[in-house]
Write a new protein. Structure first.
Lengths: 369, 369
């Protein structure tokens, strides 16, 4: 199959990888803003490691630790303004998907001081400041990608910004930083990564190279999710590593192929019902698999083979892992949710097996009436 | 397994890809030197396509078509001097491994006018001029790599030069350009690609990502080689595509992991007995597989599984495809060949399963006494 794969895969991985790359970090400049979401970066040990290396190198740095879950444009703008004021040469994003996406947005604002928060979506920009990224969850894939998903302060809606300037110079991948994730975050982030791999794999954009990564990703991730479904404890170090590398490979697929309908539909559950992002997307994976079986049967079969499972067991395990609480929607609410899909997410809908419409979304939400 | 994969995979593939990328080509500048090995670039149709696009764009270009098999330093130096004189902004390499490696060397000489031919091995350099590459054989992998293998005019020995500046801006991969390869070139180049994938896969440097590509490569290539072993005709378009993409994936493994002992030992057969490069390397693959089975049994087993074959059938098919003619060596000649390995190829020997010594090489050559 023909392909167009122009993708800088730049991952340095392994235990102690931050310290081992001190020389490479030094080359990025003398002033750095660290952007984090707060507790994750600190608890994981990544923040302390980064600060120690920057101290050793004599790099002047400051820490912006207020990127929240589903990062707001205004907060990222603040981080970018701080980076600008301190004349940062580069930004160091540390954390889960929100922190990394926030760091990317801050790197754009820092390079474009005239931008208002919303200009990030509309105006031509100067390339973002150089980024180093460290993931502390095993899900987002943001650390190998060119996308940042941000939330509008007023509408509360998620929308992404992307560009080659958002690829990190490299990502420093140390699976030990994921050890501090609580169990529910471990599950939700693994489900997010699984969604990336499955949605990307079944997209018409998925050519041979991202398919290779997706197949490897679902095998690693599903094995980990099965373990999580049958154990109440936390994964050991080897399983953490497996989940983390699975999430990176899924991230490579995501960067090449994008997502399909589970992601934008999941945003509704996150924005309006507070469901964690990974669980919100995974809530639609059974329906996604079913459509894949109908419209791209070979790909669906191959996914199940790679996961060594079948559709019934797949749905059963997802059901056990996904906690949606008690969602209730009114027909009016559903209409309002679906309105955004008249124009907003044509790519995700086109990338779905068999296509996808506003009406399809409506039908899927109606089970919560 | 931890990994360090910082690799710009930049491939645009498919029929008509040169014309489709006219805009991207235009961005590289107004003056271009095309570097080819002569007949291959013309017969394949690639040269005509490139010239037509450059004409349309109004790019001023010249063609240097004298890169021979196993390109000589002096000839690449000439090409570089021509590029310099015409003030080329970029070079367009078209052809098999020799032409592409020659284009890389010319791009170095063009950027470093004070270099004598041999300085390419010893002196610090300014980055090579930007390169676009088009492969017309399905073997070399040079079009996705950072290495150029060159031959010293006086000693006749092959030696490589490498660097990130030798990655192409992108490679334009159109499998139809491989259709004009005669059968013996098709076989030899496929064997070369198979060697890249197998040698790279079994190297201690091979981490998860290059392994993914190697597994895919050997599956595609072995299937093609089996077909070639059981048919006397030329492959059809689909099989050509399979061999070509197999060679690209093998090239990605090669770029990440390098080669082991079959490559330097094969150089002796090429330099002194005129054996085609791919066949010369493949002559040592049965011994390579045997050592892999002994020292990295899991990897050897996985390779055979991916190829859906066993060692005995593997050796039988290779024997059928590899034509070494009537090689005869004297003990003195063997000593002379082995002398170069006291210092010259430590990386290749270290990368071999179980390690490899000058004495091992000697033993392998002694079958030709």
């Amino acid at each position: 199959m023909d392909f167009d794969f122009c993708f800088p895969i730049r991952v340095r991985s392994g235990q102690g990888v931050v310290r081992k790359n001190a020389d490479a970090i030094a080359q990025l400049g003398q002033r750095c803003l660290i952007v984090t979401g707060g507790s994750g970066a600190a608890k994981s040990g990544a923040l302390a490691d980064v600060c120690a290396v920057l101290d050793d190198l004599g790099v002047i740095y400051d820490v912006f630790d207020r990127i929240g879950q589903n990062p707001l444009l205004s907060v990222c703008h603040e981080a970018g303004t701080l980076a600008r004021k301190m004349q940062a040469d580069f930004l160091f994003g540390i954390g889960g998907g929100s922190a990394l996406d926030g760091a990317k947005a801050a790197a754009i604002y820092a390079a474009n001081p005239a931008f208002s928060p919303r200009d990030i979506y509309t105006k031509q920009r100067k390339p973002a400041l150089p980024l180093l990224l460290i993931g502390t969850t095993a899900g987002t894939g943001s650390e190998v990608g060119r996308v940042s998903v941000l939330t509008d302060d007023e509408t509360g809606r998620k929308k992404s910004v992307s560009g080659d300037d958002l690829y990190p110079v490299f990502t420093l991948a140390d699976p030990t930083y994921t050890h501090s994730m609580p169990r529910f975050v471990t599950i939700s982030t693994a489900l997010d990564a699984l969604s990336h791999a499955m949605e990307g794999y079944c997209s018409p954009k998925c050519t041979d190279i991202p398919a290779l990564f997706a197949e490897k990703a679902v095998a690693l991730l599903w094995d980990g999710l099965l373990w999580l479904a049958s154990n109440d404890t936390l994964p050991d170090s080897a399983m953490r590593e497996q989940l983390y590398y699975g999430s990176l490979y899924a991230g490579i697929t995501l960067a090449a192929c994008g997502t399909a309908f589970p992601h934008p539909l999941g945003y509704v559950l996150t924005e309006n019902y507070g469901i964690l992002h990974g669980m919100a997307c995974a809530a639609f994976l059974p329906e996604f698999l079913s459509r894949a079986e109908q419209f791209t049967p070979q790909k669906a079969a191959r996914l199940l083979t790679c996961m060594q499972t079948d559709a019934a067991s797949f749905n059963q395990v997802l059901d056990k892992l996904t906690d949606l609480g008690d969602i209730r929607m009114t027909p009016d609410e559903i209409d309002a949710y679906c309105d955004r899909w008249t124009t907003a997410v044509p790519n995700n809908f086109k990338a779905s097996p068999g296509g996808f419409t506003k009406e399809d979304a409506k039908t899927m939400f109606e089970k919560w009436i």
